[in-house]
Design a protein around this ligand. Sequence first.
Ligand code: ADP
Ligand code: MG
Length: 275
Amino acid sequence: MSRDSSESGAATGVTGSDSDAPLLEVDDVVKRFGGLTAIDHASFGVEAESVTGLIGPNGAGKSTLFNCVTGMLTPDSGAVRLAGEDVQDLPPNRIAQRGLGRTFQTPKIFRGMSVRENLAFAARGQTGERPISALVQPGTVGSEEADIRERVDDTLEFLSLDHLAEEYASGLSGGQRKLLELGRVLMLDPEIILLDEPMAGVNPSLADDLLDRLHELNDRGRTILLIEHDMDLVMNHCDRVVVLHNGQTLASGPPSIVQEDERVVEAYLGGFENE
Ligand code: ADP
Ligand code: MG
């Protein structure tokens, strides 16, 4: 529905054949769990280089939709396109290789590893896959390790986690774990980053840090799609908003327009009261 973004263009790294198409496209997706239709013909596009917010009451289907987009779940029908190509039948690692990174509501990190090891581990095992292989000479394991070390240092610095590099992940605060999980995603140099409630349970100052990092990534050309509960945050920080309700896309577009949509106000605020 967001067709009026004139300067989106194709993102670097992911080669789209159709430059007018959104970088990510959810097209009439249905996902059922037994008798429950969690995603009910949802459709929307995420423009390249946008910060798009996915909102909706608890149980609306936001996380399920993320799982369909990232390959954790296969939709019962409909298509998911990344840079114009169908990916709904690909496994998560193949979708990740195509430049899609995601974080989870509960961070997926290795608690018994140091922060530095967590980041390095995210990048290892990528040989032959994008993007590490593009940066190293074939057969030069030593230089691959050196490259990973450098990328770990860059990521630690970018997320201001340097001072915690040797700490066990188990010793981090909730917010620091979310930063670390974002770092693990960044080690794969994704084109589009999906974040499931990244600010939930994060103290306000770390949440601000996290938002700043997301904006900086966006300034560097990364596309951001985030699930977020806080309406004010979405309105102030997203270029585009998609509203999901009962598995259906109620509205999508610029925040100022979506905010005034009566159905959205009704559905979303109604849902909020139940939380
Ligand atoms: P949200 O993230 O918007 O809160 P979810 O995507 O987690 O919503 O859930 C959407 C609906 O699908 C809810 O009714 C939830 O109970 C149901 N659901 C989610 N995952 C599963 C599953 N694996 N099996 C059965 N039902 C599920
Ligand atoms: Mg959820």
